[in-house]
Design a protein around this ligand. Structure first.
Ligand code: FAD
Length: 481
């Protein structure tokens, strides 16, 4: 019998687990036996995906959903047999709000992060002044940018839609996803669809309308099969994905409380964990935030390590707050709201979690979840838990008129967990890939490279697994080992 090839995966978040799962699938399909060990520094698996249950409430610490537009997470759910546990958002309340001058104002229907795709709703919205609407309409006539290099999201929005659109709507909508400063955030790496629209149609608005038309045509063609809403989760919360992944890989050795401290290359690869134990492997995947991968590679690959450390990350916190529904005067007729940074208020965004997804709060109760910290609110992340909760409850009084104290609160902190793709990110990632070619059997997965969302991480992890498998089957591997 052929001895199994040894694979080490470092990091037990969705990236590491999806890498492991894809490897088990490939091993079965190709009949190449693998011995997979996954090292995780914490006592639990899942990384920032963390679902807690308290007094009948379901609290999400990290992500509360994933998008269906990028199919990798949904496809994985189907392969895992949990497609029927996937739950869409509440159809009755598919709208959100932006904070403006002391009020929460509804985002006009069809507004897509930075631009409108429904004329009537756009013209009627009180969210934007007539001057801003006129300036936004200029997108139809402003010529394409000369040159094809990357630019910041801030520069793109300002150029096509004007300063006020950036400040009052684009920054908070984008901030709610990336907790980033749009002046530094790469357009190419975060919202390439807008760049494409400018290139293909000479206008983002024209591009959005064309996409809508195409969407309608495709929907007409695909009349059967399940239709998914844009945001999805699982009935038992996002951790259901983690638990299922782990349960479907009984052959993988999961080592928790095992922080990797050093990686070296000998005949194959070696990883030393904090306890001093050394693991040897034929192939390694570092499924870590880029700064952690950088630390591990300091000695074995100093240039690669330096480039990885240049990908900036910010810290974010979420605060779940449980209330009696009757204690919140606001109608909560939407999924939540975002707050523009220029207003100098203290939070990034708030989700009405118990409205967004079913089963998040008991009957008669409401669950709110506030996003705090990130590039533009570091001072809030720096607060102690009690002070953070106090700040946030005061903020909620301002937006929603809630005077009552929450029944309970839960603070979750994710230090240096949100990558802030700088301008030029994709070129930098290509350069990392070129450098990796000098290290056969080493691959990288995680949110630091080509997308931060759960589906992006799954896609990156599956690619990393396929690259490793190709290496293990190739002559390169025979030579290296
Ligand atoms: C608060 C928050 C909300 C989010 N909301 C959404 C959302 O709604 N939708 C969405 O799609 N995405 C969202 N994201 C982004 C998405 O959840 C993450 O990008 C993704 O889950 C990252 O997964 P990962 O496995 O790459 O990294 P992580 O989850 O960070 O996992 C890395 C793992 O590696 C471990 N580790 C670190 N160093 C070592 C070491 N030296 N040795 C061993 N193990 C180590 C860590 O303990 C951790 O478990 C959110 C992120 C956060 C933080």
């Amino acid at each position: 019998m052929v001895p199994p090839k040894k694979v080490l995966i470092v990091g037990g978040g969705i990236s590491g687990l999806a890498t492991a799962y894809r490897l088990t699938e490939l091993s079965r399909q190709t009949a190449v036996p693998l011995e997979i060990t996954l090292l995780e520094s914490k006592p639990r698996l899942g990384g920032v995906i963390e679902t807690k249950h308290q007094n009948g409430f379901l609290l999400e610490g990290g992500p509360d959903s994933f998008i269906s537009e990028k199919p990798a997470a949904l496809e994985l759910s189907k392969r895992l047999g949990i497609a029927e546990a996937v739950t869409g958002t509440n159809e009755k309340f598919r709208k959100s709000f932006v904070y403006k001058k002391g009020k929460l104002v509804q985002v006009p229907e069809g507004f897509y992060l930075i631009a409108p795709s429904q004329i009537r709703a756009f013209l009627e919205t009180p969210l934007l002044s007539w001057a801003t609407k006129l300036r936004m309409g200029c997108d139809l006539f402003i010529p394409r940018r000369a040159g094809d290099g990357d630019e910041s999201v801030g520069s793109f929005v300002r150029r096509r839609f004007g300063e006020t659109t950036l400040r009052e709507i684009a920054q908070p909508m984008i901030g709610g996803i990336y907790t980033a400063d749009p002046e530094r955030l790469s357009l190419e790496a975060t919202m390439p669809q807008f760049l494409e629209m400018e290139r293909a149609y000479g206008s983002v608005i024209r591009g959005l309308f064309a996409r809508k038309k195409l969407g309608k045509k495709n929907a007409a063609k695909v009349a059967s099969g399940p239709r998914y809403s844009l945001f999805l989760s699982y009935r038992e919360g996002m951790e259901q994905l983690i638990r299922t992944l782990v349960s479907k890989m009984p052959e993988v050795h999961f080592k928790t409380c095992a922080p990797a401290v050093r990686l070296s290359r000998n005949v194959g690869w070696e990883i030393v964990v904090e306890s001093g134990v050394t693991y040897g492997a034929d192939a390694v995947c570092l499924a870590l935030p880029a700064h952690q991968a950088s630390r591990l590679l300091e000695v074995a690959a100093p240039a690669l390590s330096r480039d990885l450390s240049a990908i900036p990350y910010e810290s974010v916190a979420t605060v779940n707050l449980a209330y009696r529904r009757a204690d919140i005067p606001h109608s909560l007729c939407g999924f939540g709201f975002v707050v523009p940074a220029f207003t100098k208020r203290k939070i990034v965004a708030c989700s009405f979690s118990s409205v967004k997804f079913p089963g998040r709060a008991p009957e008669g109760m409401a669950l709110l979840r506030v996003f705090a910290g990130g590039a533009l609110h570091r001072e809030v992340y720096a607060l102690e838990d009690d002070a953070m909760v106090q700040t946030i409850t005061e903020e909620l009084r301002h937006y929603l008129g809630v005077e009552a104290k929450p029944l309970f609160t839960s603070v979750s902190r994710y230090p240096l967990s949100m990558p802030q793709y700088p301008v030029g990110q994709l070129a930098q990632v290509t350069s990392l890939q070129v450098q990796l070619m000098a290290f056969p059997g080493l691959s990288l997965a995680g949110n630091g490279y080509r997308g931060i969302g759960v589906p992006d991480c799954v896609k990156g992890a599956e690619l990393a697994a396929e690259t490793l498998m190709a290496h293990l089957k190739s002559g390169d591997f025979a030579r290296a080992s």
